[in-house]
Write a protein that binds this ligand. Structure first.
Ligand code: PRP
Ligand code: URA
Length: 212
């Protein structure tokens, strides 16, 4: 199957915020606010084709037709812990979504993801939409494992929202999950010898939670 396109947001409002996030002197409070704002832009782009139903609406002036989101089962799935930083923004735009979480910790030497927790509702019939969030796509191990877990639970419509992606992670993700669209705010240069994204923004979890 031909890979679903990875979409890199190309917009000054996004680039400005990503630059501030990269800055090592940006403190956690501002960093979290920037993550929120960029996640809203990602959601805007990633949810363009959300299913809607036409409804009647009466404005103070006239009756007209409007649209109502018709997606009864949306599940937002942050990958612990950094993915939690994108959750508030996602719930802001999709207040009725449910939340499942997947705990994943990279082995510091090998960068292999080690799953340590999973609490995601099973999909009923494959019509559910799962939106995975994680700010960093480095080797791609964590995101690929998360999506594989969701597929095992019966999810067929999955998207991955991300802030910074390495070419290596994009290539692996597209190879392993060609049916899952990726939306990212920046495609960076490469990984370094510790599997960190260059130039990246460092450890996203530490920067969100102030654990540097
Ligand atoms: C980071 C990040 C991703 C993962 C990306 O999490 O939030 O989940 O690394 O790397 P990969 O693409 O090579 O898998 P980490 O394991 O450091 O845990 P944390 O979110 O708890 O800090
Ligand atoms: N995880 C991070 O938080 N940052 C990276 O650059 C790579 C993995």
């Amino acid at each position: 199957m031909r890979g679903t396109m990875t979409t890199v947001l190309n917009h000054p409002l996004v680039a400005h915020r990503v630059t501030l996030m990269r800055d090592a002197s940006t403190p956690p409070k501002l960093f979290r606010e920037l993550v929120n704002e960029v996640t809203e832009f990602l959601a805007y782009e990633a949810l363009r084709d959300l299913r809607v139903r036409q409804i009647d609406v009466a404005t103070p002036v006239a009756k007209t037709r409007g649209a109502k989101i018709d997606e009864p089962r949306i599940v937002i799935v942050p990958i612990l812990r950094a993915g939690m930083g994108m959750l508030d923004a996602m719930l802001g735009v999709l207040p009725y979504a449910r939340v499942g979480v997947l705990g994943m910790q990279r082995n510091e030497e090998t960068a292999e993801p080690v799953p340590y927790y999973a609490k995601v509702p099973e999909a009923r019939d494959g019509s559910e939409l799962a939106i995975v969030t994680d700010p960093m796509l480095a080797t791609g191990g964590s995101a690929c494992d998360a999506v594989a877990q969701l597929k095992k639970l019966g999810y067929r419509r999955i998207r991955f929202l991300n802030l910074i992606a390495a070419p290596e992670g994009i290539a692996r993700f597209e190879r392993e999950h060609p049916d899952v669209a990726v939306f990212t705010a920046a495609r960076d240069e490469r990984l370094n010898e510790r599997f960190y994204i260059v130039p990246g923004l460092g450890d996203a979890g530490d920067r969100i939670f102030g654990t540097l």
